[in-house]
Design a protein around this ligand. Structure first.
Ligand code: NAD
Ligand code: ZN
Length: 360
C-alpha cells in the first residue's frame, strides 16, 4: 500500500484584524515593479471601504471585482487568465482571492493557469497540472467550504463539474480574519456553514475514514453543533469558531472524501446551476437512509434558524435532465466509494438515484 503525500497550506495567519497585515505579508513576494499583484474580489465588497481601503495598491497592482452569482466556470477562468496576460507587463507576482469559496477557487485556478498551457477544463481531474502555480493567497470572507485549505478548485466545465485537484492547487498563504464575515446574510451563513457540517458527516461516516480525517472531522463536527444548536457563544466567538471549523472540515476531507450529498449536489449544480451550499442542504435533507444521525441534527438546525429550504426543484425535469444529473453524480466515483464502499455500483443504481432526485 502506498500512502498519498499531500501538500498543505504552508502559512496561515489567524485573528480578528489580521487582514491589516496583508500588505506587509505580500511585500517580500513582489518579484519586480512590472509583476503586479492581482486581487480577485467578490463584487459584494465593491462599495465597502472598510475592507477595500485597507488594500494598498502599488505599481501595476490591480483589483478585479467578480460576481459570485454563478459558481466558477472553466471559461471564466480562461477569460480572466487571458485578460491578465494581455494587461500585465510581466507574469504577476501573485493572485489574491478575497471572498467565499467561489473567489477562493477562482484565485487558485487562475494562479495555476498562468503557468500551464491550454484551457482550464483540460486540467479538471486528479494530478494533471504540470507546472507550479504562481504565488496565491486566499482570504475567506464567509466560512464553511474549506476551500481555503483544500487541494482542489471546483470548476464547471463544458462536460463536467469537477475540481482541478493537484499538489499546486493549495494556497501559499491564507489569512483567516473572522471579522471579514460580519455582514454575511443569515441564510447564506447557514448554507455555507452547513457545507462544513456535511463535509464532516460525510467524512466521518465514510469507508475512507482514518485517524487523520477522524480527528479533524470530529473537531469540526462538534464546533458546528455548538455554533448551530447551542446558544452559548457570542457573535464573535461563533464567527471565529466557524472559520476554524471550516478549516478543520477541509482538513478532514484531505485524507478522505465527501459522499452522497456532494455527489448529488454536483449533479444539481451542473444541470440547474444550484449553488453548492444550498444544493447540499436541499439534498442532505433527504438522506436519512445514509446519514441518520447527521440528518436528524441537520433538521434541528434548519428548524432552529427558521430556514426555508426550496422544495420541488426537480418537479419539472425531463427524463433527459435526470439522465444528465445522474451521469454527473455517478461520475464522481471516489465519493460513492467513500459513502457506500467498493460495491457501491450495486447499491446506488441510476434508477435508485433518480428516485432520490425526484424527492427534491
Ligand atoms: P460564495 O463564494 O458563492 O458566496 C456566497 C454569497 O455570499 C455570495 O453572494 C457572496 O457575494 C456572499 N458573501 C461572501 N462573503 C460575504 C461577506 N463577508 N458579506 C456579505 N456577503 C458575502 O459561497 P461559498 O458557499 O463560500 O462557496 C461556494 C463555492 O465554493 C462553490 O463554487 C463550490 O463549488 C466551492 N467549494 C469549493 C471547495 C474546495 O475545496 N475548493 C469546497 C467546497 C465548495
Ligand atoms: Zn462542500
Amino acid at each position: 500500500m502506498s500512502y498519498k503525500n499531500f501538500p498543505m497550506v504552508p502559512r496561515v495567519i489567524f485573528g480578528r484584524g489580521s487582514f491589516n497585515q496583508l500588505n506587509e505579508i505580500i511585500a517580500p513576494k513582489r518579484l519586480n515593479i512590472n509583476a503586479p499583484f492581482i486581487y480577485l474580489i467578490d463584487d459584494v465588497f465593491k462599495n465597502e471601504p472598510w475592507l477595500i481601503s485597507r488594500i494598498s495598491l502599488s505599481y501595476d497592482d490591480k483589483i478585479m471585482y467578480i460576481s459570485s452569482k454563478e459558481e466558477p466556470k472553466t471559461s471564466q477562468v480562461d477569460d480572466l487568465v487571458e485578460d491578465i496576460i494581455l494587461n500585465t507587463k510581466e507574469r504577476p507576482s501573485g493572485i489574491i482571492g478575497i471572498g467565499g469559496g467561489s473567489m477562493l477557487d477562482l484565485a487558485k485556478a487562475v494562479s495555476i493557469m498562468l503557468t500551464n498551457k491550454g484551457k482550464s477544463h483540460e486540467y479538471q481531474g486528479w494530478d494533471l497540472v504540470k507546472n507550479p502555480a504562481i504565488y496565491h493567497i486566499g482570504i475567506p470572507t464567509i466560512s464553511g467550504t474549506g476551500a481555503e485549505v483544500s487541494r482542489t478548485t471546483v470548476l464547471t466545465g463544458p462536460e463536467k463539474k469537477l475540481g482541478i485537484n493537484s499538489d499546486f492547487t493549495p494556497f501559499d498563504q491564507v489569512i483567516l480574519d473572522p471579522e471579514l464575515t460580519k455582514d454575511v446574510p443569515k441564510s447564506q451563513w447557514f448554507y455555507t456553514g452547513m457545507d462544513c457540517f456535511i463535509h464532516c458527516v460525510e467524512s466521518l461516516n465514510g469507508t475512507y475514514l482514518n485517524a487523520f480525517s477522524k480527528s479533524y472531522g470530529e473537531m469540526a463536527f462538534n464546533m458546528c453543533k455548538d455554533i448551530f444548536l447551542n446558544d452559548n457563544l457570542s457573535t464573535e466567538e461563533a464567527q471565529d469558531n466557524l472559520m476554524m471549523a471550516s478549516w478543520h472540515g477541509g482538513m478532514s476531507i484531505v485524507y478522505s472524501q465527501v459522499g452522497v450529498a456532494h455527489a448529488m449536489s454536483y449533479g444539481l449544480s451542473y444541470l440547474l446551476g444550484t449553488k453548492h451550499g444550498i444544493g447540499n442542504c436541499i439534498v442532505f435533507n433527504h438522506l436519512e437512509a445514509f446519514y441518520p444521525e447527521g440528518v436528524k441534527l441537520f433538521k434541528s438546525m434548519v428548524a432552529k434558524h427558521n430556514i426555508e429550504l426550496p422544495k420541488g426543484i426537480c418537479a419539472d425535469l425531463s427524463d433527459t435532465d435526470f439522465d444528465i444529473m445522474i451521469a454527473v453524480a455517478l461520475g464522481l466515483e471516489p465519493l460513492w466509494e467513500n459513502a457506500l464502499g467498493s460495491n457501491w455500483k450495486k447499491i446506488m443504481t441510476p434508477k435508485k438515484l433518480k428516485l432520490l432526485y425526484q424527492k427534491l
